[in-house]
Design a protein around this ligand. Structure first.
Ligand SMILES: [Mg+2]
Length: 255
């Protein structure tokens, strides 16, 4: 069944919705530097309409740090999941994975800082419960070296390496990922909705979103943004298509 037909069918008849969305590459186009990924006002307006509906709950789940994510979206009534869901806050929810502490990352942060001079263009970002090594500005010929360094450092530090779009995220190895976080969020938000039919939807574009596509299989409508191989049930071409879907959902939830 086509995605729009599926959504129209699922969301009709007074059903309620839990929408869990990735940020970069899903709500905003991928840009040259992560700092430049701003949410378009028209998208924020659509998200606000969705979040304000009594029948809808909205969560945004990202590899970004929680405070960074929250300030970029800047909407109330939204649940935010930062550092791949290690930290979750919003709508009376408050979660921080008990095994994830900034101190888990101290040695890795030090090793990454020491390695930076050998990879021109690379940049480190400290996110509290994760450290990111950005390599968007590293020359293509040097990127295999970035991967080698990341792999070596993650092994030494006993962390998990989460590859993303021109970034490696180093996160505490606590058996948590976007899939676990998405299920945690979906379960808690569903409880706050009327006990009629509840539809869960997840949209994401990156490797880290695959854990959510798998974890939510048969429990959610899963949508991958872009052309890469995916476990998601549906696929859309890009951010513009996501925006059209969001407008459709916002209308359905406010009708
Ligand atoms: Mg993304």
């Amino acid at each position: 069944m086509r995605l729009v037909n599926r959504l129209d069918r699922e969301l009709g008849d007074g059903a309620s919705l839990v929408a869990i969305l990735d940020y970069d590459g899903t709500l905003t186009p991928l840009v040259a530097t992560p700092g430049a990924a701003h949410l378009a006002p028209s998208v924020r307006e659509t998200l606000a309409r969705l979040a304000e509906s009594e029948r809808a709950r909205l969560a945004i789940l990202s590899g970004r740090g929680l405070a960074d994510l929250r300030s970029r979206v800047a909407l109330r009534d939204v649940v935010y999941g930062g550092c791949h869901g290690l930290e979750i806050a919003g709508r009376q929810l408050r979660f921080r994975h008990p095994g994830a502490r900034p101190s888990c990352l101290t040695a890795t942060r030090r090793a990454l800082t020491a390695s930076l001079p050998s990879i021109p263009g690379a940049r480190l970002e400290w996110k509290g419960l994760a450290v990111s090594l950005h390599y968007r500005r590293v020359a293509p010929g040097r990127r295999p070296r970035v991967r080698d360094i990341a792999t070596r450092i993650v092994r030494a530090g006993g962390l998990t390496l989460v590859p993303g779009h021109e970034v490696f995220d180093f996160v505490p190895r606590v058996g948590w990922n976007k899939g676990r976080a998405a299920r945690w969020i979906a379960r808690r938000m569903a409880r706050t909705l009327p006990p009629r039919r509840r539809v869960v939807l997840y949209v994401g574009d990156d490797t880290s979103d695959e854990s959510a596509f798998v974890a939510l299989r048969d429990r959610a409508v899963t949508i991958c943004v872009g052309a890469k191989p995916t476990a998601a049930e549906y696929r859309v071409a890009g951010v513009r298509e996501v925006q059209a879907l969001l407008r459709r959902m916002a209308s359905a939830m406010n009708s």
